[in-house]
Design a protein around this ligand. Structure first.
Ligand code: NAD
Length: 477
């Protein structure tokens, strides 16, 4: 009975919120560019004035270091807002298209209209960035939004709810809850669903969207490889991989998940990785709980999962090259490197999403291509090396959501690059103009001139003369 009433309460909350947004959207189906910019400016202002609150909330959730919150939560979002503010006039301008010869006399353009009422479902790993980033694109495109942040980071989710209360007056609604709430939300006929999370839940979201024929953007995850060619600048590559892998305690969708390294440079590279890990995240000697640059695992479930993955790899023959304290109480998980990673171990079969870096070696290009292509298409692929022929061969023969050459994770914040996966790692793109497009309907508009029109040639009756005319048209136009 109690369960029934809880479910009933969720259904009612969802209905009320959805209907309110529908009502709101029907009053203003295509808000002016000025009003969209106004909302974005208010949002920017709030973020700049509430950085301390944000840092406290994210720290309470998983002890993310203060400067890291600026780098990975604040900077990408304010970058997204500023980019939208500078470019919105151009993005929203109808794009004129040329008439082909058989459309002589017509004029055509593509207009960008808001999709309508949008649902944004977010994960916990960059709880502010991955909730508010998509919201910026959604509002820039002129929509209203229902945002459900993750239940795993309740302090940041509450702060997002407070922010929305303080900044918006009904265009955005935040509902907090877990998968029960998400399931109920997914029953509603949203015009677009923007989901960031795991491929498993992505499938559930897409199935639910199909029932209402809602369009989807799915920003998912997977195993992103970093390939180190023997021509790589070892020290530089190790430093950049260390940053990309251990930032946010490895809980980053585009972190290098595993290293594929040329046999000849393996030993040197591992030594350099160890040095860089301590330089970037430690105190010069090692990495302890006192480190102010190293985060924590988000919850006990993920902490145990990572511990089990590590044990499984060692049991199956992996060699621990670097490890250290693992404290289940504080969820401190020392950076870990495992070489000779067994391919049938969990660390080589599942997305790791934590500070464990498995390393496997290769001797030639074919092995690299076979390894990458034996797994679902990754969200990101990294290639380190000065040998252009090798890099281009990897790019041509593999598929990935995004690629970064001689660096890691930078592609995420480039405002003019689309961000997203391919198949198992995602569908659709986010960020900048591409995020704006995801939340817009590209509406073609054709205007016919008055009087005689070329299209009359195709009107019935389908006489002999008309059929004769069709022959040259089919051949030449
Ligand atoms: P998740 O899929 O478990 O959860 C994401 C959201 O879906 C949450 O809001 C959650 O409440 C909701 N959800 C969970 N179960 C659901 C269900 N059965 N039905 C409907 N909704 C449900 O993901 P997570 O653990 O929060 O995040 C980690 C995953 O997200 C990793 O796979 C990572 O690679 C991926 N990720 C991808 C990106 C990207 O931009 N591509 C960014 C961050 C994380």
């Amino acid at each position: 009975m109690e369960v029934e009433s809880k479910e009933g309460a969720i259904t009612q909350t969802v209905n009320v919120a959805f209907n309110a947004l529908k009502q709101r959207q029907s009053l203003q189906r295509n808000p002016s560019i000025a009003s969209r910019k106004e909302k974005l400016k208010k949002l920017l202002h709030w973020i700049m004035n509430n950085r301390t609150r944000l840092k406290e909330a994210v720290h309470k959730d998983f002890q993310k270091p203060s400067a890291e919150v600026d780098v990975s939560e604040v900077y990408p979002v304010i970058g997204e807002i500023k980019h939208a503010l500078s470019n919105l006039d151009q993005w929203t301008r109808p794009t004129k298209v040329d008439a082909t010869i058989n459309y002589l006399g017509t004029r055509s353009e593509i207009r960008y209209e808001p999709k309508g009422v949008c649902l944004i479902l977010s994960p916990w790993n960059f709880p502010f960035n991955l909730s508010v980033g998509p919201l910026v694109s959604c509002l820039a495109a002129g929509n209203v939004a229902l945002l459900k942040p993750s239940e795993e980071t309740p302090n940041t989710s509450q702060l997002i709810a407070d922010m929305v209360e303080e900044v918006f007056d009904g265009d955005v609604i935040v509902l907090q809850g877990d998968k029960e709430l998400a399931t109920e939300l997914l029953k509603k006929p949203f015009d677009h669903i923007f989901f960031t999370g795991s491929p498993g839940v992505g499938k559930i979201v897409m199935k639910a969207a199909a029932a209402n024929l809602a369009s989807v953007t799915l920003e998912l995850g997977g195993k992103s490889p970093a390939i180190i060619h023997s021509s790589a600048r070892i020290k530089e590559a190790a430093k950049r991989i260390t940053f990309g892998k251990f930032l946010n305690n490895g809980q980053t969708c585009i972190a290098p998940d595993y290293l594929l390294i040329h046999e000849d440079v393996k030993a040197e590279f591992i030594e350099e990785l160890k040095t860089q890990i301590i330089k970037l995240f430690g105190d010069g000697v090692g990495i302890s709980e006192q480190s102010t640059s190293y985060g924590r695992i988000v919850n006990d479930r993920h902490f145990s999962r990572l511990g089990e993955m590590m044990e499984d790899a060692v049991d199956k023959g992996g060699k621990v090259e670097l490890s250290g304290d693992l404290n289940p109480t504080t969820r401190f998980f020392h950076p870990t490197i495992i070489s000779s990673a067994p391919l049938h171990a969990r660390i080589m079969e599942e997305e790791i999403f934590g500070p464990i870096l498995p390393i496997i070696t290769f001797q030639n290009l074919e092995e690299v291509i076979e390894m990458v292509n034996s797994k679902p298409k990754p969200l990101a692929l990294y290639v380190f090396g000065t040998n252009k022929k090798f890099r281009e061969a990897v790019l041509r023969q593999t598929s990935a959501g995004s690629v970064c050459i001689n660096d890691c994770v930078l592609q995420f914040t480039h405002p003019n690059l689309p961000f997203g996966g391919v198949n198992n790692s995602g569908i659709g793109k986010a960020h900048g103009f591409y995020g704006f497009l995801s939340f817009s309907n590209k509406k073609p508009v054709l205007k016919q001139k008055r009087g005689l029109a070329l299209s009359y040639l195709f009107y019935p009756p389908f006489s002999k003369r008309m059929k004769m005319l069709l022959e040259p048209i089919l051949r030449w136009f």
